[in-house]
Design a protein around this ligand. Structure first.
Ligand code: ZN
Ligand code: ZN
Length: 329
């Protein structure tokens, strides 16, 4: 098969590679749409020691099963492979399984390829009226959905009275905002630093999108979902959280500094680390995509997989205003 292989820092090669092996309960899937994620960018820049070259990146995939009795079924892929037997797995928290694997990290190759191999239980069937492009957004949006669910354990305000801020206008931040809306939260603001992207999201959605400087001194929020996760966004989250508020931290742009521990302590602000999603929340997100609860999901830009290198370069140069690039094998 053809695949886009990360071969060295800032270099991807579209080349012939062996088809993935299918073991145990795995099935072969022909990839139709696959999203480009911030974590792929992190690896591309050589910043992720968990993803050494050569490696096929990509974990936001939708496609068609082409092996076994379910051949022909259209599916979206939960890329997290878990052991199913540890305490966390048994308690429905497979995302923090000690033996978790994610495709695009050894030993599992990623989805920037014509085919991937996945365990059957990781697949969610997609109805015919939902496109592969929409279905591939399940993975990034599920991260925000999961953050909302985790925050709800701590939030004390009612849905109607909760003011929420999503930091970042990429698919994580926007996906969190859409998840909030789908779950009945009306007061949702997105903050995004890139002007082109602010305009794009304002055009494509109903959300109020502001620049970081556009948040006034007295503007405070019950819930902040950080889809970026860098020092300045954590500083912002700590500053704009109401007393008793909740910060759900998904993005991990860097992993140091920015938390105002004094304010968080004196004002009882909760900080929740959020890693991907449980399978339950992945399925809830898929259902919301299928029933239209997350909107038209038309805020995507498309590239051919063989043009993947330029997609990464354009994002780096700040030339991409869409919250997500979807690659087409
Ligand atoms: Zn992702
Ligand atoms: Zn486990």
């Amino acid at each position: 098969m053809k695949a886009l292989v990360y071969t060295s820092e800032k270099t991807l090669e579209y080349r012939e590679t062996p088809n993935p092996e299918t073991v145990d309960n795995d099935v072969l899937i022909k990839v139709e749409s696959v999203g480009l994620c911030g974590s792929d960018m992190h690896a591309f820049l050589g910043h992720d020691e968990r993803r050494p070259a050569p490696l096929i990146l990509g974990h936001e995939a939708a496609g068609t099963i082409v092996s076994g009795p379910d051949s022909g079924k259209r599916v979206t892929v939960n890329p997290l492979v878990t052991c199913g037997t540890c305490d966390n797995c048994k308690n429905g928290r497979g995302n923090i399984c000690a033996n978790r694997q994610i495709i695009s990290m050894p030993p599992r190759e990623g989805a920037f390829a014509e085919y991937i191999s996945m365990p059957m239980q990781n697949l969610v069937e997609v109805p015919d009226n939902v496109s592969f492009d929409q279905a591939a957004l399940c993975e990034p949006i599920a991260c925000g959905w999961h953050a909302v669910r985790l925050a709800e354990r701590v939030l004390t305000s009612s849905h109607e009275n909760t003011s929420a801020l999503a930091i970042g206008g990429g698919a994580i931040g926007l996906g969190a905002a859409l998840s909030l809306k789908a779950n009945g939260y009306q007061d949702v603001v997105i903050v995004e630093a890139n002007e082109k992207r602010r305009n794009f999201i304002t055009e494509k959605t109903d959300f109020k999108v502001v620049a970081p400087a556009g948040l006034t001194e007295d503007q405070c929020f019950d819930l902040i979902i950080d889809g970026v996760g860098i020092k300045p966004t954590r500083e912002m989250a700590c500053r704009v959280a109401k007393p008793g508020g909740v910060i759900a931290h998904i993005g991990l742009g860097d992993s140091q500094d920015g938390l105002d521990i004094r304010r968080m302590t004196l004002q009882e602000i909760s900080f929740i680390g959020c890693y991907t999603y449980t399978h339950e929340h992945f399925c809830e997100t898929a259902e919301a995509i299928f029933n239209g609860g997350l909107g038209s999901l038309d805020w995507v830009e498309f590239r051919n997989l063989n043009d993947g290198q330029s997609a990464f370069e354009d994002i780096l140069a700040g030339n991409v205003c869409a919250p997500k690039i979807v690659l087409k094998p």
